[in-house]
Design a protein around this ligand. Sequence first.
Ligand code: ADP
Length: 426
Amino acid sequence: MNNASIEVKNLSFSYNELPVLKNLSFNIEKNSFVSIIGPNGAGKSTLVNLLSKVLPVFNGEIFIEGKSIRDLNNIEIAKKIAVVPQYVNLGFNFSVYETILMGRYPYLNRFKGENHEDFKTVKEVMELTKTDIFKDRKYNELSGGEKQRVIIAQTLAQDSPIIILDEPTSHLDINFQIEFMELFYSLFKKNGKTILGIFHDINLAIQYSEKVILLKEGSIYCYGNVSEVINRPNIMSVFKSDVYVGKNPFTGKLYISPNFNLHFHHEKKEMKSEVKIHVIGGGGAASPILNMLHNLGYITSTGVVNNLDTDLYTAEQLGITFINEAPFSPISREAHLRNLELIKTSDVVILPCLQFGNGNFLNLTAVAESIHLGKKVIIIDSESMDSRDHVEGRAVKLYLEIAAKGAIILKNIEDIPQILKNLHKG
Ligand code: ADP
């Protein structure tokens, strides 16, 4: 049996002469939750307008529950697909209750009014969407967020197996956004609905979706599980914007954040990219420095970093060379030696503001070794070493030796670019 709710084959669409969708083929499986993500103009709204037959003329095939969309009339489509748009202004000033009841139009008999089933469904969806508390007010007199809730209720009253969302939560406060995402998610999980949505907020979308369609310039760039689609190279390629992809520790789900350090790109041209810089890693302290240096165009490496450490994850995302160690294990002699090999090929070594214990003390000896090797050493000392020494004063002692041998000590990582510029001039 065919398990697709929506089947799209070689779909192409143009507005006048402008090709907007180019030969798309994909399936949306029954009872799945799929998000469509892509930059403005990628063709997301056009795609959902085609799937709901708002735009009836196209090349290729669209099947809704096995039937060609060309053979379905508007009432038949409305029984299969409900579209939640961004809020709409209605021409007539109906009450909230009447507006929601209109969602039952695919089931109404021309000669009989609404029946018991219609009233029951409307009551249920009003409770679900918390619109029952203002059911007698006029729709046009509601706030944008309240109108949006009424439109969502109206769509749910349609009781279709497929729900298409077109940025449905963009007018809602964060608490209602989450409440409605939870509602759509439970309709998918508990009521067997198929949810296909365009979301303004990518993070909100990927918290709830099973699968993501990444749309770029009218073509499917990637379609798969969230973890297959949401990664830095894909997002950078499609949105032309640098991001950090992390895991929300509260939910275990991926999230993306813009790379706010991009202003360093503007300084890049003044910098000498052949300068090699090694950053001692650990505990996430190296990450902002690695990102900054990477944006400035330096050849960068890091080590020794334990697997699962944020710094390792950052190095992987940025494509930076690293020396790693097993998770939660002390630095081995072997990893330390490999770290020193990397240091030998570098011009500058940077020590971020790290905590030192027995497990990573070898990383501090690597900095002392760097001075012996004649490398320029920059130390970030935003917090006194006294409070970061967990090895009974050994870290403080070695740190003072390193400082006495000419390391440059900075309070802020923001001062690094200027120091590197000066070093290179000198
Ligand atoms: P998205 O929803 O991803 O922002 P759209 O589907 O709205 O993208 O638009 C895709 C492309 O089609 C854009 O270049 C847009 O300017 C164009 N477009 C959208 N609607 C129309 C229209 N009614 N007439 C002509 N061009 C349109």
